[in-house]
Every structure is written in C-alpha cells, then in structure tokens.
Design a protein around this ligand. Sequence first.
Ligand SMILES: *Cc1c(COP(=O)(O)O)cnc(C)c1O
Length: 473
Amino acid sequence: MNNITNLYSRLPKIDQILLSEKIEELFKISSREMVTEAAREVIAELRESISNKNLTLEDLDYRISRVTDDIEQKVKIAIKPRLRRVINGTGVVIHTNLGRSLINRETMEYITEIASNYNNLEFDLENGSRGSRYSHLEDTIRKITGAEAALVVNNNAAAVVLVLSSLAKGKEVIVSRGELVEIGGSFRIPEVMEQSGAALIDVGTTNKTHLVDYENSIGDNTAVLMKVHTSNYRILGFTESVSLEELVGLGQKCGIPVIEDLGSGVLLDLSKYGLQHEPTVQESIKAGVDIVTFSGDKLLGGPQAGIIIGKKKYIDLMKKHPLNRALRVDKFTITALESTLKMYLSEEIAVKKIPTLRMLTMTQEELTSKAEKLLLEIDQKNLDKLKIKITDDFSQVGGGSMPLEQIPTKCIMIHSDEISITSLEKNLRSYNTPIITRIFKDRLYIDLRTVDEYEFNEVAEGLKFALENILKE
Ligand SMILES: *Cc1c(COP(=O)(O)O)cnc(C)c1O
C-alpha cells in the first residue's frame, strides 16, 4: 500500500525537469518563463490527481514518464496562433464568420513582397518626395467604375460614416423607410446616421416609397438624399421604390447630392453567370449618383475595405476630413485591393482568379467531378460506419448579399445508423484543420463549392479522425 506522502515524493523537481534534453529544445521556441510555468502546471495537475486519490502507482509512474511531453504540448498550444485556417464545407461563399472573401494566392505573394520590404506607400518615386497612399488605387478604381474620384477606408461601415460626416453633419438626410437596413455586427442605418451627426428623415412606408415622398420632405436643412441597397433582405409583394435614376433627377433639380450605400460592390454583371442580377457599381455611376460606397470583401472579392467613389468635389472633402485619418487603410489592404482590382481589368481573369467569383461561377460539371474525387478519397479510408453519397443541394452567396439566391450545387452527404451525426460535426470541428460542415435532418453536408481540391485529403483524414474519436468515447 502506498500512502499519499509516498506518492508525492515520486514527483520530479522542477529544476530537474528543466535540465532534460527535450526541455532544452523548447527553449528554442519559447521563453524560460513560459516553459517553467508549463512545468509547474503539469506538476500541479499531478499533485491534484494524487490528492484526489484517483491514481494507482502504475498510473502515476506512467504520467511521470510523460511529464516532458505534457510540458511540450502545453508550450506548443500557448505559442500557436488562435486564428487558424479552417475548411469551409458550408457552401456559404462569403462566410462572415469564416473570414468573408478569400484572397487569391498571387496577391498573397505580392503582399509578402510589399509588406516584408520597404515600399513606396507614401513616396512619389518620380519626384523623390512625399506621396499619397491613395494614389496607388485611385486610377484603377476610376478606370473600372467610371467614377471621377475614389477613396478607400477601413470598411464599408466606415465609408458610410465618413460620407455622412463630411456631407451631412448637423443637417438632414432623407432615406426611404423601406431601406433602414441593419447589417450583421450592429451596423444600422439610423444609428450610423446619429454617429455621423446627421438627422435621419425617413420617408414613405416599409413597402412603398414614391418620389413625391422625398420631394415633400426636402427643406432648407436637407444635405443629402440617400439610397441604401437592401442587400440582406427583400421586400416582396405590394411594393414600390424610387429608382436611383429618379432620385438623381430630383437631386439635380434641387441641387442636393445623392449618395448610395451599395453594400456588396459588384463590379460585373453576375446574371451572365446564371446568378440573379445584382446592381453593379458601374450602373450607379452611370445613373449619375454623386457618391457610392461599397465593401471590398463581399462580392468584390478583395480584402476588408470600404470604397467611396463619385464626384471629385465631394471626395476631396472626405480626403481632408479628420475622420479619414482615423479610418485609413494600411499597406496590406492597399496591396491586396490593388491586386484584386487589377484582375477586373479583364473580366475573364477576374472570374478565374478571384476566389469569391470563381466559387460563385463554378459549373455543375466541375462540382460533380469534384464531388466524385472527394468521394473516392473518403472511400479509401474505409469508414464503413458512415453512409456516404453525392447529393444535390444549394449553396448561398453569404455576407449579407443576394439573400434569395439559391445556387444549385453538389454535396457529400453523410448519414449513419451507428454514430451520432452531431458528434461527427463536432469532432470535424476539432480536427487539426477544423472542418466546418452543416447538418440538415440528421445528415451532414459538405458542399463542394467552397472546398478546394487541395483540401480533399484533409477532409478524408478529418473524417477518419472524427470517427476514431467517436468510437473511442
Ligand atoms: C455589408 C454592408 C455594410 C457594411 O459593410 P462592411 O464592409 O461590412 O463594413 C453597409 N451597408 C450595406 C448596405 C451593406 O450591405
């Protein structure tokens, strides 16, 4: 029989542990303090197990033999970044919780080149004098959109705040009641308006707003007529809204600027690719709007950014506004956005290279062939507790864009009579590269639209890992 004091005396001393070879290796990847702390934790956990009397002598000796491994694991977890790559099996292309739009790999190389070296972010190479960080983007944006001038800030929410603060502070902004949008993450038009020091005048009703509603509300204090794209919802049925053209007409007649928050920032006609038509940035400029704002990382497919384009006299005001300095973008954003925008100079290249567009325009043949390949990889793992087949389903655009769009897709569908599908989903999430999937009616779905071929092996390995974990429980 062992008494407890006897067991405690078997525990190695911290100083002693720190001298071992394995721990020596840890000092190369972490600090002495961190390793010592991890060692203290491991020993404290052992002491606790002893005091709880739930250890046999064999158990204890086994755990003592693993002390350095446990310390190593603790240190490695502590230094590992919390933000990690995941596999998106949900079929939601612009998944706000999973990082929205993906950046193309060539662009990432360009970012490495720029950000790991000095660069001409604010340097005019021709004159050898100070330059503007915005100059790199402005010409390209003007060329693609047809706008007179452009400015880029941190995100579209910031863009709207900057526009309203510059043009409407202390004055009134007229918006249709049907367009008082709330976007995820607490962006609400009435609150943004308040933040910007502008007074919201909402006109019309939820389902119907007429031009005369705007007209009747225009007064001496009206600074702006605003249109907000209802990007994440639709009002259907007995409805009427005023077109951008009509609003621009009214604005011009009364000498009041018209601004539009477009949300998604579509730069090409998606209806060509079988999706519904989503208003493009170019259409807004053509309609004569004074200012348009849109996101960089929704349907545009670039980095997080808010892009403001339109009449030069207004953009100049925003460039000089003190808020602009607080909302400014850094070199990562500028590099990624410039590279993404340059792809739009050829629509064919944009659709092929920008991951968001590429995923949204993937053909049924391609999806089927991907599904067959993934199924083959999974079959090789002999996971006979799982019933796996290819099925038709629908993907979503996501990111609060095109909420009604149901894009036909192919999925791997997994069912089982022997294990719980809920725990399969959970275990896939705890895989080394977490795999995020969707459950519907006790079946697990992996949508091929958002999973790339280089991830197939990981998905198959992940399923094997998850199944083994469940069977161990
Ligand atoms: C998404 C969206 C925003 C916010 O854009 P972020 O880039 O997420 O800040 C604002 N307005 C509309 C209409 C949107 O769809």
